[in-house]
Design a protein around this ligand. Structure first.
Ligand code: NAD
Length: 370
């Protein structure tokens, strides 16, 4: 089977879905790998690296015309989808719930689509979970960006000219990104506090040396590993418990999300007014509406003396590492889906069932043809 690796077309995304190392591993598994010219150029992988790994360099048209499986990171563009052939398989993060029109085009073309972002949160899917591998890098990068924007340093420093006290970092949301943000801020020497609606994260925060701010969630626990939408009552209790830390913080990193919903509003303008002058907020939930009322996606705004940066800190800013991890996730997924060089189509398997969104021209929902 021929795998075609497409160059990302989303502005600013420097990643590539398959790296030369993984191309070689796929070839060893019996696949033929063809890569679009310069697909890896922005992640430090040259065409010659792919050639050395045994892949061939092709044009986009050639790939779309001839590959059995087309792989990308971001959703396919309409003009790419419209060229799909009957029986062709595409693998990407398709975000099918928010892109129903794309699914319709794929189905009309008689193609098949697997969506990496629909990966179930079960232990055996962990090594195929691109949301985790990429969010982990986002958590790290959020702290580095925060450090760059701050007018203070992180660690305690005793100098002849006086003592500098450590920076105070507050993290909202202790999922994959939040945990890495805590670990990174701790390593840089900050005092770190964190909170999450899922109280089971307390132990994880403490194991990284952070202080957990407990908010009574009154049984508003998670569903399938994800948080549920918090009630107004919870939001009020959260403010009461966290405000003291928020108003003392030098850097606030917000990562709170609820899948398929607007991200919860955790910091209002009124709260920003009470924060320290010069504090920085990095809002990683900005693409889903933001955790801070004043966040603007892809912008840094200064309001009431606080710099608020709305971003996804898309891991594309660390594209080499992000591509390496994404490619390994994809390799593990392909190995899971196939036997030799053919697909198993095991619809009894939860991973296949939940990630197979369009099957031979039919849109699936909850394991059934819709
Ligand atoms: P996420 O990106 O959906 O959300 C980030 C965090 O925000 C979560 O911890 C969530 O509880 C929190 N949050 C939501 N609403 C909040 C609110 N109102 N106030 C405070 N916090 C709020 O989460 P994620 O990073 O995808 O991880 C969620 C969980 O799933 C984690 O425990 C993670 O380890 C687990 N996980 C498991 C697998 C697997 O087993 N294959 C894969 C990935 C993640």
């Amino acid at each position: 089977m021929i795998i075609g690796v497409l160059k990302e077309t989303q502005k600013g995304d420097n990643r590539v879905a398959i790296t030369p190392k993984i191309a070689q591993q796929l070839i060893e598994k019996g696949f033929e790998v063809r890569v679009q010219e310069d697909a890896g150029a922005n992640s430090s992988y040259k065409n010659s690296d792919y050639s050395k790994a045994g892949a061939s360099i092709r044009t986009k048209d050639d790939l779309i015309k001839n590959a059995d499986i087309l792989i990308k990171i971001n959703p396919f563009e309409n003009k790419e989808l419209e060229k799909l052939k009957k029986g062709q398989i595409i693998i990407a993060q398709l975000f099918h719930k928010s892109h129903p029109h794309d699914m319709k085009i794929i189905a009309e073309r008689g193609a098949t689509a697997f969506s990496m972002d629909a990966m179930p949160r079960i232990s055996r899917a962990q090594d195929m979970d691109v949301l985790s591998s990429q969010n982990n890098l986002a958590g790290y990068k959020a702290v580095i960006k925060g450090a760059y924007e701050m007018t203070k340093i992180f660690p305690l420093m005793m100098t002849a000219a006086g003592t500098i006290s450590p920076a105070r970092v507050l993290v909202y949301g202790v999922g994959v990104a939040g945990l890495q943000a805590i670990a990174t801020a701790k390593r840089l020497g900050a005092i770190v506090e964190a909170t999450d609606i899922r109280t089971e994260t307390k132990e994880q925060v403490e194991s990284l040396g952070g202080k957990f701010i407990m908010v009574d969630n009154n049984g508003e626990e998670s569903e399938g590993g994800y948080a549920k939408v918090a009630s107004e009552d919870y939001a009020r209790r959260q403010k009461e418990a966290v405000d003291k830390s928020l108003f003392k913080a030098d850097l606030v990193i917000t990562t709170a999300m609820v899948p398929g919903r607007r991200s919860p509003l955790l910091i209002t303008e009124d709260q920003v007014k009470q924060m320290q002058n010069g504090a920085v907020i990095i809002d990683l939930a900005a693409a889903q509406g933001g955790n801070c009322e004043l966040s603007v996606m892809n912008k840094a705004v200064i309001k009431h003396g606080v710099k608020i940066i709305g971003t996804t800190i898309a891991p594309e800013s660390v594209s080499t590492n992000a591509s390496d991890l994404y490619a390994k996730n994809t390799f593990n997924y392909l190995v899971h889906l196939t036997e030799g060089d053919h697909f198993k189509w095991d619809l009894e398997d939860q991973i296949t069932d939940e990630t197979l969104i369009v099957y031979n021209g039919k849109i699936r929902q909850n394991g059934k043809i819709a």
